[in-house]
Design a protein around this ligand. Structure first.
Ligand SMILES: *[C@@H]1O[C@H](CO)[C@@H](O)[C@H](O)[C@H]1NC(C)=O
Ligand SMILES: *[C@@H]1O[C@H](CO)[C@@H](O)[C@H](O)[C@H]1NC(C)=O
Length: 468
């Protein structure tokens, strides 16, 4: 049964449901059934007991899906936040604060307008990768060493400024006069360009974070070094920004010496404990995903489907607040931490993320859940043999990584579970240390948007950067 849910999911994502009714007419009904069942079944069985503030009545729980859904999802245990915001006052306050945030003009400002508003000069550079993608690279000028910031899955350079002028990592670095460069991976909203392909071509989306690591990062790093006359830079990556770094440093070892230090915020390579339901759903039927992608092509990850609504209910429950929070794909994929929301800033955050990605990026992560390894993309044994000369997709050669690395990880991270971060550390020879965020509920997205991110994370990042 598992492949079935994956199939609807993929069909909905890939093809806007168009071929769904031809291929699988009964699934529309099934989905409606499931939605109905979810709506009436209480699905939370265990709630954690920690308390932080009043808003943490929305709490990390472990969900057992309703029986019918469970039979489709298999033995998956999905993480969930329910908000039994029975406390109407709390809910009212949330909504009032959120609504006042909607009036903030920053909601409508792009990267360039935001940094200008907050008093920073910027430059926009365009770089072209060896395989033809045109990427936007931003710079906040400073006289100290270059620091390169690379965003995570579904993110963009905006991720490092949307926490605001007091908390955004790019601003904090600029305040200290670093020469701050912000990358944008292929396929995100400001890097949706190619010398010959258009984003409406399936071929445009035929990439995962492997290509980001092998093409985008080296192109941007070389460009920065040429422009600054430096031989190395410091690198801060979040999430996929770390994954792509590990790909680059193992596949193109000459880049190790071009990065004098890497700060890995929520490092993602091994996925054995990943809790993100989006990623987990991408995992079980890899061969099925291939079959679908062969006929439909690789595509942009654009979940508007029914199953996304279903996931929303499953993860967040229902109600107005659940709709606001889990209406954002980023939160469905990354999880969130209610206590660390800056509620008045949520509208700004929502208007800047997610920023776009390909299906293949998620699928590649999903594969890691099954193979419990950090490997090249698995195309199935036939195509693997052609591409790699082996039936199995080869593991990335982590032995090649020489850049000194500081890791930052968090207890409640849906993507970079501390257990997986520890596995990664054990395979690398050059990890200086792992800094565990001093907050039990801290999740993946908190590394860029948490209310206390400057205090809990960036203070230490700045210290680490200045010590090298
Ligand atoms: C880099 O060095 C070259 C000569 O070595 C010089 O012409 C150029 O102006 C320098 N660029 C910067 C940004 O310092
Ligand atoms: C929350 O966001 C608003 C802007 O939306 C900002 O003015 C305020 O300083 C932020 N609060 C915290 C605690 O970061």
């Amino acid at each position: 049964m598992i492949p079935n849910i994956l199939l609807i999911y993929v069909l909905l994502e890939c093809c806007n449901g168009q071929i769904l009714s031809n291929l699988f007419p009964s699934f529309l009904e099934t989905t409606a059934d499931l939605e109905h069942e979810l709506a009436k079944t209480p699905h939370v069985v265990k709630a954690s007991t920690t308390q932080s503030n009043a808003l943490t009545v929305s709490r990390l729980t472990v969900t057992k899906p309703p029986a019918k859904l469970a039979s489709i999802l298999g033995s998956l245990e999905l993480p969930s936040y329910t908000n039994h915001l029975s406390n109407a006052q709390v809910a009212d306050e949330f909504l009032a604060t959120y609504n006042s945030g909607l009036k903030n003009e920053d909601v409508h400002f792009n990267f360039e307008q935001l940094v200008t508003k907050y008093g920073r000069d910027y430059e926009l550079h365009e770089v072209i990768t060896k395989d033809g993608y045109v990427l936007s690279l931003y710079r906040l000028l400073g006289s100290r060493d270059p620091v390169f910031l690379m965003h995570g899955l579904l993110g963009s350079a905006d991720d490092f400024i949307i926490a605001g002028p007091e908390d955004g990592l790019a601003y904090l670095l600029a305040q200290q006069d670093y020469d701050v460069w912000l990358g944008n991976a292929r396929g995100n909203k400001v890097s949706r360009a190619h010398i010959s392909l258009s984003p409406s071509d399936a071929a445009f989306w035929d990439f995962s974070w492997h290509e980001i690591g092998v093409y985008d990062l080296p192109t941007m790093i070389d460009y920065i070094l040429e422009n600054t006359n430096k031989t190395s830079l410091k690198y801060v990556g979040h999430s996929q920004g770390t994954t792509a770094f590990f790909v680059m440093a193992s596949e193109k070892p000459e880049y190790n010496k071009k990065v004098s230090l890497m700060a890995a915020l929520s490092p993602v390579a091994f996925m054995t404990k990943v809790r993100s339901p989006m990623i987990r759903l991408m995992a079980p039927g890899t061969s099925l995903l291939q079959a679908v992608s062969k006929s439909a092509g690789q595509n942009e990850f654009l979940p508007d489907g029914k199953l996304t609504r279903l996931l929303k209910k499953l993860i967040c429950g229902s109600g107005m607040l659940a709709n606001i929070i889990c209406g954002n794909l980023m939160f469905l994929s990354y999880g969130f931490d209610f206590a660390q929301f800056n509620i008045s800033n949520l509208p700004v955050i929502f208007s800047h993320m997610p920023s776009g990605a390909s299906m293949k990026q998620l699928v590649h992560y999903g594969q890691g859940l099954i193979n419990e390894d950090f490997r090249h993309f698995d195309y199935g044994s036939m195509e693997n043999s052609e591409r790699y000369g082996t039936m199995l997709a080869p593991s990335y050669n982590l032995e090649n990584i020489k850049t000194p690395i500081w890791m930052f990880c968090a207890e409640s991270d849906w993507l970079a579970d501390p257990v997986d971060v520890e596995i990664l550390r054990s395979k690398l020879k050059n990890v200086i240390d792992i800094y565990k965020i001093q907050n039990k509920e801290f999740n993946h997205i908190d590394f860029v948007i948490a209310k206390d991110v400057a205090k809990l994370v960036y203070r230490m990042v700045l210290k680490v950067l200045s010590s090298f």
